[in-house]
Design a binder for this molecule. Sequence first.
Ligand code: XMP
Length: 517
Amino acid sequence: MTESGASSEPEVVLVLDFGSQYTQLIGRRVRELGVYSEIVPFSTPVDRIRARRPRALILSGGPRSVYEEGAPRCDPAILELGLPILGICYGVQLMAHFLGGEVAPSDRREYGAAQLEVIGESPLFAGLPREMTVWMSHGDEVRRPPEGFRILARTDRSIGAIAHPERGLYGVQFHPEVAHTPYGREILRRFLFDIAGCRGQWRLSAFIESTIARIRKEVGSGRALCALSGGVDSSVAAALVARAIGSRLIGLFVDNGLLRKGEFEEVLHAYERMGMRVHGVRAGERFLHRLRGVTDPEQKRKVIGAEFIAVFREEAVRLGPIEFLVQGTTYPDVIESTSVRGPSAVIKSHHNVGGLPERLGFRLIEPLRELFKDEVREVGRQLGVPREILERHPFPGPGLAVRVLGEVTPQRLAIVRAADAIVVEEIRRAGLYEQVWQAFAVLLPVSSVGVMGDERTYEQTIAIRIVSSVDGMTADWVRVPYEVLERMANRIVSEVRGVNRVVYDISSKPPSTIEWE
Ligand code: XMP
């Protein structure tokens, strides 16, 4: 199921990725306008691009200089395909460089908001104000456009946009995809619809229907297995496949003894309400047994991963012949590992079941492979996946084991689980749960002196970690109101036996990570 879900909808726009931090955003914006888009590595061979029959191409930005050795370059033949092309930042510089224009370092780096002045008439800016704010982020610029190109817009420092309308080649130095370019969406709309002739009929609902039909056809009368984690991706993937093949999809939800308080029951119950056939497997003891004496974080992950595979394999055998395995791989998982680093890079496999498909001879179904996270949520919403699953904070596969620093014992797990429940309860009560990326407790391997009543205590420390993030790649600590932190700390110390001190983690990522291990 790795073919495009839009294969029955031929309208696709390819975004060539030259490494910009905004590449994914370009893909999103195009889809928001109803045009299916895919991000492909800049090195994609021209034949492969032609075979995909795109309506248009967008060349993304990127951090390098086009004239630098080793800078990412697409095949210049791409410009000869006769397709409308929009180059953004590095993309326009590369276009200019290939076609004989001049690209050079700017006298001063242009970064942030700039005033763009539109010159003359062009479909790219038709009906828009002659002056607008745009977002710039470049060290190089197109000094002289290639022959046959016109300058469409300028800032007081640089050329803002160029075009060769007869060839359908357009380029902008600024970033239309970011929110700081207020008319950016309109500019993209004009490129896609007025210049490239797109119709904009791609909708998630159509994606859902065509995916369900495709899964039905592929699976036939076969059966599929899905390892569920209670998280958004695996749950939505399973819901989609269940819609296609009903109870021939079997979900597996493993209690590895490292889940949060009440999680096993709550999640199973939610799946039940969705009408999905899910086996809950209580395997906590065997995981904890394997974790005895293990303190190294990576070793913990390995032990848990291996044990998960063992459980999964046993269950798969027990459940009888199953041909297909459903995974909730999403688009960022796919492109993070394939884009600029090149097609040879390994595609990230699902944390928990990596390597399983090959070993057990499964055929893979990855129905979300083409979707971004918020599209996955929307699909979930349309399929009736409960909100409590869709809005659930991400939770690492190795669970609470990486939030108990040092050895994982039942006693230490009980402490972190109780403290974690308080953190989550209080963040919910403050109405902040859905606004933060994650909120959780970590048990530190540190004891310190305290005093309770008249008694001196020597007990353990809980760290509270609450972060905001867009994708988990970077994160910031949340400025939670003191009163909320106070309630959390008071409750943890008074309700959780063995803890006499609570600290708040004020590190951002980078340089720290979100999890402590
Ligand atoms: P870090 O700690 O790397 O975490 O900043 C980034 C995001 O990934 C989650 N995470 C994991 N998820 N298996 C998972 O399934 C893991 O081993 C794992 N480690 C971290 C983390 O919760 C955060 O959302």
